[in-house]
Structures are given as structure tokens and as C-alpha cells.
Ligand binder design. Structure first.
Ligand code: HEC
Length: 165
């Protein structure tokens, strides 16, 4: 009986420790300045578009708030909008070298709209992770600056990507 209780409390303790560990490590550290985190399950979100630049391929996903805003053409994007851009180095497909496919990851970038939280950056909070680690504060100073410097993005609520039907 005693042994049983001991075993049971040990199991409870192990489960609790496991849960605590999962909470800490399931999400990577938040971004500096903004405190944005990598959204859970973004890979199951809808695709907004794909981009390719020299040597890189990119997917841009949006949560349901983002997709609805894109479909209706709502500007500015409403609070609760989240956009994720994943970038990979492009490599040739072995069997068909002319086909470019995603190779190793470059970075993961996130934009979260909360106009009350981030009034100085167009209402957007920014986050970038390389190998699961947030980039430094200096890097995060450049996000809004570049998005706001482009006239087209500026007229589209600081978002470059348009919806590809
Ligand atoms: C030098 C300019 C520049 C800087 C700096 C920059 N971006 Fe962007 N960003 C772009 C461009 C251009 C796009 C359009 C997609 C593409 O081709 O990469 C983009 C797209 C995005 C997108 C997809 C939504 C959209 O606006 O199209 C996210 C999310 C994003 N950037 C986050 C970030 C974060 C986070 C940082 C800072 C760590 C950052 N960006 C820094 C130029 C920049």
C-alpha cells in the first residue's frame, strides 16, 4: 500500500515536471523589444503567398483574422492579425536540378497586430528567430524601419505580401 502511494506520487511528480518542461521549451524565447512568440500551429494556417528572392524561398501564412482581412481587403489589418514568414535557402531538386526547393532554414519571422500595444511601429509587433533563437535587439530595430520605408508596403499597413488566390 505504502509502496503504491509512493509510486503514484512519483508518477504525479514526473507528469508535473514533464508538463512544466514542455511549457518552457515548447515555445522558443520571445523576441526582444516586442516580446512576440512563435505562434503555435502556424504550419496549419492558410497560405497567403510564396516569394522567391536570390537564393531564397519563402512562405507567408496568415491566421484566420489575417485571411479574412485579405479576402475582404480590410485595411488597416485588424488587431489579432498574425503573419508568419518562413524563409529557406533554395536548393536544386536532385532528380530535376532546374526545380528549386527549400533547403536549410534561413529564419522565421512573425508580425502581430495590436495597435494599443505597439503604436510606435504601426501597431505591429515583430519577431525573428534563427535556429529557434530570437535575433538580437539591433536586428529588431530594423523591422519596422524597412517595412515603413517602402511606399507600397506603407500604403498596405506596412505589409508587403498580397494574397495569392
Ligand atoms: C531590408 C528590408 C526589410 C527588413 C529589415 C525586414 N523586412 Fe520583413 N519583409 C521585407 C520584404 C521585402 C518582405 C516581402 C516578402 C519577401 O519577399 O521577403 C517582408 C515580409 C515580411 C513578413 C511577411 C508579411 C509582409 O509584410 O509581407 C514578415 C512577417 C516580416 N517581413 C517580418 C519581419 C521582421 C520580424 C523583421 C525584423 C526582424 C523584418 N521583417 C525586417 C523587408 C524587410
Amino acid at each position: 500500500m505504502i509502496e503504491n502511494r509512493f509510486v503514484r506520487s512519483f508518477v504525479v511528480l514526473a507528469v508535473l515536471l514533464g508538463a512544466a518542461f514542455a511549457c518552457v521549451y515548447a515555445n522558443e524565447l520571445p523576441s526582444p523589444i516586442f516580446g512576440v512568440t512563435i505562434p503555435n500551429g502556424y504550419r496549419a494556417w492558410q497560405l497567403v503567398s510564396v516569394h522567391a528572392t536570390q537564393g531564397e524561398l519563402k512562405s507567408i501564412w496568415g491566421n484566420t483574422v489575417a485571411i479574412e482581412a485579405y479576402r475582404k481587403g480590410t485595411l488597416p489589418f485588424p488587431d489579432g492579425t498574425v503573419l508568419v514568414k518562413q524563409t529557406w535557402h533554395s536548393v536544386s531538386l536532385n532528380s530535376t536540378p532546374s526545380a528549386l526547393v527549400p533547403g536549410s532554414p534561413v529564419h522565421l519571422q512573425v508580425m502581430v497586430k495590436d495597435s494599443r500595444k505597439w503604436p510606435k511601429t504601426g501597431g505591429w509587433g515583430f519577431g525573428e528567430w534563427v535556429d529557434g533563437k530570437p535575433s538580437d535587439a539591433a536586428r529588431h530595430q530594423t523591422c519596422y524601419a524597412c517595412h515603413a520605408a517602402n511606399a507600397v508596403a506603407r500604403s498596405h499597413d506596412f505589409v508587403f505580401t498580397t494574397y495569392s488566390p
